[in-house]
Every structure is written in C-alpha cells, then in structure tokens.
Design a protein around this ligand. Structure first.
Ligand code: COA
Ligand code: MG
Length: 309
C-alpha cells in the first residue's frame, strides 16, 4: 500500500492575522506587519449590513496594486461567508477574482462543504494553484475532521490547511474558556491528528485578550507543543510572540541539517535507516528534516521584517 502523500509547497504559517475587510485603517497598516499570512475576513468580523461594502473594499485592495505591494512572501487568504449564507456565493466570486493564495471556508461540517466550493471554483476556471483552507469550529466539523482532511489526499486537491475556530467551538459546545484550555484540548488534538493523517497544515485558534502578552505566549507555546504549525491572530501585537513560539530553533535546524548531510553521504544514499551520533535515523526523518530546512530558509528570507514589530 502506498502511504505517500501528495507533496505540498512548504510555507511558514507561524502567525496568521485576521483583518476585517471593511477596516480601512487595518488595511493601511498591513504592509508594515510581519505576519506570515493574512486572512482578509468577510465573515464574522463584518456586520451583516456591511458585507457588500467589505467585499468592495477587498476588491479595490487587490485590484489597485496594494495587495501586490505587500511584503514578499506574505500569504494572502480570504475568508468568505458559508455558501449556505446569503453572502457566500458573491463572496466566493469576489474572492476568486482577487486571486489570493487561498480561500478560507468557515464552519466546515462535512466533506461536502469543501466539494461545493471546489465545484464552484471549477466552473469559473479558477487557477489550479488556488488553495482552500477549512475552519473546523463546529461539533460536527470536529467529529468529521478525518473525512474532511481526506479531501486533501489526492494530487489535484485544493485543501491545504485546517484552522481551529475556538471561539465558535466554545460557544457551540458550552465548554468553559479556562486558562490552559483543559476541556477544549481533546478536540484540538483530534483536529491536529486528522490534519496530520492527510498531510495538511493546521493552525490554532485565536487568543482574544490581545493586551495580555504573557498569557498569549503561554498559549502559543502550548499550541506549538500540541503540534500546530502556527496561530491565528486578531491584533498586530500578537505577531511577534507567535513568530517566536512557532519559529524554528537553532538546535532543530542543526539537527535537521545533520540528518540531511548524513543521508547525502555516498555510503548512505540507498539506505532506509542509518545511525547518527548513536541514534537510529530513518528516511522518514529525512523528509521531515528537508521540510524543516526548507521552512527555515523561507522564514529567514522574511527575518528582516520580523524586526519591525
Ligand atoms: N490587522 C491589522 N491592523 C490591525 C488589526 C488587524 N487585525 N487590529 C488592529 N489593527 C491596527 C489598528 O487599525 C491600529 O492601527 P492605527 O494605529 O493605524 O489606527 C493599530 O493596529 C492598533 O490597534 P488598537 O487600537 O490596539 O486596536 P483596535 O481597537 O483598533 O482594534 C480589534 C481591536 C480587536 C477590534 C481589532 O484588532 C480587530 O478587528 N481584530 C480582528 C478581529 C477579527 O478579524 N475577528 C475575526 C476572527 S476571530
Ligand atoms: Mg468562526
């Protein structure tokens, strides 16, 4: 049986900032920020009466050259309203026209929610490189996370990343929002496991109290230890802590480099397993090491920007 997953471009997604699309000041601030990705939001942060205005503001931002002038490497994502809502259809058309890197689908309950967007994109000849991200933030979404992640399994699939929607999950389940997230954590781990089973990236939910940097840092460190690739954020002040917590340490980079160099030695090239400094290292470790080295190179290309926060 072939367990190989389709290979995806490696992208750092340490810090992923939501930006309400109708907030002109926030749009103006974006070029000076050093988040790895930005999610222009048309969904929950935009009031029902402001949806059309937000969509237009976003169209202008992408059409008049401001999006193209964002710092190199900053990934652009547009969160649309659900297709089942009164705004979803128009949002999807607008988002596709903006040509972002990805579209984020909210409140994904089942694989059909992804298929519906994929089908709509096919009908408009969307570029093959346009990715889809999925918010897992409902009880059914968590229960179906494995089946949803499986949508990313095939080579032509657009699904690339899961985002845990913790505020919605708390609201829909009645679970208490406690420091350390003791009751939420089992579901977050389930989301991470599903994403990993099918090779998707996975991002942690937001931390609402944007003035409390110490607690944010703790939650970022927890998220990193749980296996998340990065954190979704609501405020520019949260970018630097997330970049730090989800960054690649010198030790990890040195270890990955040693593994890559060891497998590249003539004697080791055809081997599945080798010994390195008294430890067993398998070829699967080589793949992980190569992804990490690749990600570190992309982070280092952005490092100048990191100094700006
Ligand atoms: N992206 C970019 N810039 C942002 C920003 C964001 N998410 N949030 C705040 N800023 C900017 C502000 O515009 C302000 O810039 P200015 O000095 O040029 O005016 C600066 O950062 C400082 O902002 P501050 O005054 O501390 O916060 P605020 O009161 O303006 O905004 C929030 C607070 C929470 C309303 C705002 O951060 C926000 O809307 N965040 C995103 C919420 C969201 O998208 N939720 C949906 C997903 S959970
Ligand atoms: Mg939500």
């Amino acid at each position: 049986m072939n367990h190989a997953l389709p290979s995806r471009p490696v992208r750092p997604r340490r810090s992923v900032l939501y930006l309400p699309a109708d907030n002109a000041r926030a749009l103006g601030k974006l070029p000076g920020l050093c988040c790895d990705s930005v999610v222009f939001d048309l969904e929950d942060s935009v009031a029902p009466g402001a949806k059309a205005e937000a969509r237009e503001a976003l169209r202008r931002f992408f059409m008049d050259g401001r999006a193209a002038a964002l710092p190199t490497g900053m990934e652009t994502v547009i969160r649309i309203n659900a297709l089942s809502s009164p705004w979803g259809g128009e949002d999807l058309l607008a988002a596709r026209g903006c040509k972002p890197d990805a579209i984020l689908i909210p409140k994904v309950d089942a694989p059909e929610d992804i298929t519906a967007v994929e089908d709509a994109l096919e009908q408009t000849d969307a570029p093959a490189g346009l990715r889809l991200w999925a918010m897992i933030e409902t009880p059914r979404g968590v229960m179906n996370a494995g089946q949803i992640a499986r949508m990313g399994r095939t080579d032509g699939a657009r699904l690339d990343c899961f985002v845990a929607g913790t505020n919605d999950l708390l609201r829909e389940t009645g679970v208490a929002a406690l420091p350390g997230r003791p009751f939420l954590t089992p579901w977050l781990m389930q989301i991470i496991l599903a994403a990993r089973a099918y090779g998707l990236d996975v991002l942690d939910g937001v931390f609402n109290d944007f003035k409390d940097e110490a607690s944010l840092m703790r939650e970022c460190e927890d998220g990193q230890a749980m296996g998340f690739d990065g954190k979704t954020l609501i405020h520019p002040a949260q970018i630097a802590p997330a970049n730090q917590a989800f960054g690649i340490s010198r030790e990890h980079l040195a270890e990955a480099t040693a593994i890559a160099e060891a497998f590249a030695m003539p004697d080791n090239q055809g081997r599945g397993v080798i010994s390195l400094d008294g430890r067993m290292v398998e070829r699967l470790h080589l793949e992980m090491a190569e992804r990490l080295i690749n990600k570190a190179a992309r982070i280092s290309a952005r490092r100048d920007g990191d100094q700006q926060t």
